[in-house]
Write a protein that binds this ligand. Sequence first.
Ligand SMILES: [Zn+2]
Length: 208
Amino acid sequence: MSDRPGQSTIVAAGEPWIGTLQRGDTLRIVDLEGNQAVDTLFFNAARPEERYSATDTLRAQAAVYLTTGSKLLSNLGNPMLSIVADTCGRHDTLGGACSSESNTVRYALEKRDMHSCRDNFLLALARSGLGLTKRDLPANINFFMNVPVTPDGGLTFADGVSGPGRYVELRAEMDVTVLISNCPQLNNPCNAYNPTPIEVLIRFATRL
Ligand SMILES: [Zn+2]
């Protein structure tokens, strides 16, 4: 039996979180207050040059949203995690992470120094000592974020489809490093203009 049955962490609004899952562990991310976007990346814990690939994942499942049954593939085509439960319904992996550059281009020059997911990712990586830098950030997943693709192929940032207490749960298919930015964005409706906390709940697989 594992001596570590589980672990719960509240990630405050706008803050990053980094952690590790072993194969078989499950990760539940809970949108505690609703309408929060949770920007997330996954790396092979042993060889971080293998990492989540949005293009491989979407091509393999032949669909643009992530939900129960989605297998998250790496840049080497290996399954990293599977989505095993989802009370939100769908998640984006096309919209990317907010950054000081996108805040400047999309909104205004004075938004440049606002807190962003890309800065959160870089801060958490710097603190982790994993040796990963900005060149190691591929396209990410935005859990709970609503980025509908229009019939003519357009991409829009819309009001959220999530609600208080909704969650997504993933099972690790390999040992993975999880990198989260609990999005601090204040300039578009992905967080309902009000970033809120999330819960990160890990259930450790039983190991003999
Ligand atoms: Zn963001």
